[in-house]
Write a protein that binds this ligand. Sequence first.
Ligand SMILES: NC(=O)c1ccc[n+]([C@@H]2O[C@H](COP(=O)([O-])OP(=O)(O)OC[C@H]3O[C@@H](n4cnc5c(N)ncnc54)[C@H](OP(=O)(O)O)[C@@H]3O)[C@@H](O)[C@H]2O)c1
Length: 278
Amino acid sequence: MICGAGGQLGQKLIGAARTLENVRIFAYSRSTLDITKPTELRAAFAEAKPDVCFNAAAYTGVDRAESEPEKCREVNVEGAGRLAAACYEAGVGFVHFSTDYVYDDGYNRPLQEGDRTLGTSVYARTKLEGENTVLKHHPDAYILRTSWVYAEYGQNFVRTMLRLGAERDQLGIVADQVGSPTYAADLAAAALQLVNAAAPAGIYNFSNCGVCSWYDFAHAIFEMSATDCQLNPICTEQYPTPAKRPSYSVLDTRKIGRYVGTPRNWREALHECLQKLS
Ligand SMILES: NC(=O)c1ccc[n+]([C@@H]2O[C@H](COP(=O)([O-])OP(=O)(O)OC[C@H]3O[C@@H](n4cnc5c(N)ncnc54)[C@H](OP(=O)(O)O)[C@@H]3O)[C@@H](O)[C@H]2O)c1
């Protein structure tokens, strides 16, 4: 059972599950299952009778969340918790997704699952509270923390860069925030492998390997897509946003790597996504 099936990750989870044999997929986008609505949840559970449920539904408008904290919390905490509780009661496995934003932004080495958490924006705090609520209601759940997610569809940095690169002669892109991009297809495959491997429950980081700034990421997107647009590095203060972003969010993926293998490099994954787009 896949919730939030209309999103970037949800669509990739459907694709990854289709490659498995003897699996029936019940995929629900927001229009068929709003995870904040208990009656819709009961109906979907009665229909799907799942063995495992993947929750790709989330309020992901990081900046919008600053002015809509209750709406954000309703999905990322209440909805996720209700889904986790329903799964636990029915003996259904549960896989939930979270974010690098939950980590304390005070580290200068790859972030490990046991590191301090904080959450400096509404979105980050609701995702952190969501993790705790999920684990409270479903102690056997998997939580995958990920970062800088993109796919051929949806709202993401890759598509924004391609659009802006076609419209403008030059762009200023933040160069003092570093992290690791994650191709949603790789995240979806890893989530399925983690379940198949019967890995121990708990929190796992997942991103593609390698480190870059948003500027480096944009540079690679333009280089690989032969986009003719000049890029200028800028600092965070020159691009103010309502929600604060971490300056360092590189995830240490060794824990999940033991069960699903080492994630491929972000450039290789980006290349595949851009090829599919073209
Ligand atoms: N995108 C990133 O860069 C990023 C980074 C780190 C972690 N994550 C996490 O990764 C997961 C997947 O994110 P994504 O990139 O696939 O996000 P996405 O493309 O925005 O997909 C989220 C989906 O959830 C749906 N949704 C929202 N509220 C819902 C509700 N009440 N009931 C059911 N569905 C609902 C959305 O539907 P509508 O479109 O109709 O609103 C959307 O289809 C999320 O947990 C997110 O927090 C994402």
